[in-house]
Design a protein around this ligand. Structure first.
Ligand SMILES: Nc1ncnc2c1ncn2[C@@H]1O[C@H](COP(=O)(O)OP(=O)(O)OP(=O)(O)O)[C@@H](O)[C@H]1O
Ligand SMILES: [Mg+2]
Length: 425
């Protein structure tokens, strides 16, 4: 059998809202086929909704694209049709990871005395054991540890739980920032993880769609666009179901705009083409952080007018820009740029074999009224620029945040290996 051109084999599992098939064309992968079905309350309420599969797939694939682009490790490979996507097969971990920015819903019932609207900083993390019959009981961290949950051929360890905890909060923060760029408040969110049986890696899995979160346009609960509208319905009829569907469509149309093309940049001014290699390293690092980067040659000492005219062109284009000045010996370039623009300037002098420690002072000891900073490594200068641009560009911010997460996970996994090796010795 084929689904949207992809050969499929056995059904791995059929749930309330989707069917998971083994891919016949891609060993180790599955096809997640969405159903035209909406359910709530562990299936207590359930209705057919024509078009829901398409809306859910459009939403979840756009969200996973955004997260993958940021560097989050996910099961998602690609969207293959209007109602189906290709993903890595995972041994699913039966836990739901919930993050909350604002207290509402079941949290208020479980925590009497907390007022609706209470803001959690950092986001509040909760874990629920997936068990429909017992209504997905909340589990503490310690319960998750002690349960020694077995998936595939491994037991979920404390390290695994820590990795999932931190990843959950990062995913929430990324999606919160993305939605905020469209003036929508992400109030809370639910996700699931699985283990890739081939690599042993923990991957963000399942789906993230209008069933997974509370989303309040302009932070106004009355405007909610998520499944809560369906949960709250007193009488479910054609008209009310249509309202729910229109809300989901509203979300599916907007998720496309959560991954805009880069709207900011770095421009590197080099005082001499001999600094080209140093500048190429800055550009390489900028690209790694998702920041477009242009290189220009202009000497503030020997071609001052030209330097200022290039600067004026960039400022006039209206694209948020961080300038990086690369000049050897006496750095006139950075301070001159800084004295003539209100945009950020970072000095990144190319420190070579003929440098003395006094040479750095032309970058550090500035006339009054100048605020350029100095970072001596090409990667560090690019990172500093990306952090500045990440203040208003959530896509860049997401890349930086995920880089920190993945560094943290890398250390955690390396430490785990060391401990395992000690046990073998
Ligand atoms: N990459 C994957 N590999 C294998 N199974 C997956 C993958 N992603 C999601 N699943 C599983 O697909 C199943 C079917 O999804 P669905 O959401 O329809 O189930 P459900 O009825 O909501 O039940 P559940 O309470 O388990 O989510 C879920 O149990 C989910 O864990
Ligand atoms: Mg589910």
């Amino acid at each position: 059998m084929k689904i949207d051109g992809e050969g499929v084999g056995d059904i791995v599992i059929e749930g309330k809202t989707k069917i998971v098939y083994r891919s016949a064309d891609h060993p180790g992968y599955v096809v997640l086929q969405s159903k035209d079905r909406i359910t709530a309350g562990d299936g207590a309420r359930a209705h057919d909704m024509a078009g829901k599969a398409e809306i859910s797939t459009a939403t979840t694939t756009a969200i996973f694209d955004l997260l993958k682009q940021a560097g989050i490790k996910t099961h998602f490979e690609k969207c293959i049709g209007k109602t189906s996507m290709l993903a890595k097969y995972c041994d699913m971990i039966p836990l739901e990871w919930v993050t909350r920015r604002i207290a509402t819903g079941s949290f208020l019932k479980r925590n009497p005395g907390v007022t609706e609207g209470y803001r959690f900083c950092p986001p509040k993390l909760e874990t629920f054991f997936k068990d429909d019959e017992n209504h997905d009981p909340q589990w503490s961290y310690e319960q998750c540890v002690e349960a020694k949950i077995k998936v595939g051929n491994r037991v979920i360890s404390q390290d695994d739980l820590d990795i999932m905890s931190r990843t959950t909060v990062t995913v929430f923060e990324i999606l919160e920032k993305a939605w905020s760029s469209l003036d929508c408040s992400l109030i809370d969110m639910k996700i699931e993880f699985g283990v890739d049986p081939q690599t042993g890696e923990i991957l963000l899995a399942d789906v993230i769609d209008s069933d997974s979160w509370r989303l309040w346009p302009s932070g106004d609960k009355r405007l909610m666009k998520d499944k809560q509208v369906y949960r709250d319905l007193k009488n479910v009829d054609g008209e009310s179901l249509n309202t729910v569907k229109r809300n989901f469509e509203w979300v599916a149309e907007r998720v496309k705009f959560l991954s805009p093309k880069p709207s900011s940049r770095v421009v590197v001014f080099m005082g001499s083409p001999t600094d080209g290699e140093h500048c190429a390293n800055i550009k390489k690092a900028c690209i790694k952080y998702g920041v477009p980067c242009e290189l220009r040659v202009s000497s503030a000492h020997k071609g001052s007018e030209e330097t200022l005219s290039i600067l004026a062109k960039y400022e006039g284009a209206g694209v948020p820009t961080v300038f990086i000045a690369v000049a050897g010996r006496s750095n006139g370039l950075g301070p001159v740029l800084s004295g003539n623009t209100s945009w950020p300037v970072i000095n990144c002098p190319p420190i070579g074999g003929d440098w003395g420690s006094h040479d750095i002072w032309s970058s550090l000891r500035l006339p009054s009224g100048l605020g350029c900073t100095t970072v001596t490594s090409p990667d560090g200068a690019a990172l500093a620029a990306a952090q500045i641009l990440g203040l208003q560009d959530h896509v860049i911010w997401a890349k930086l945040r995920t880089k920190q997460l993945n560094t943290w996970i890398g250390l955690k996994v390396a430490d785990q290996k060391q401990r395992e090796e000690m046990c073998v010795d």
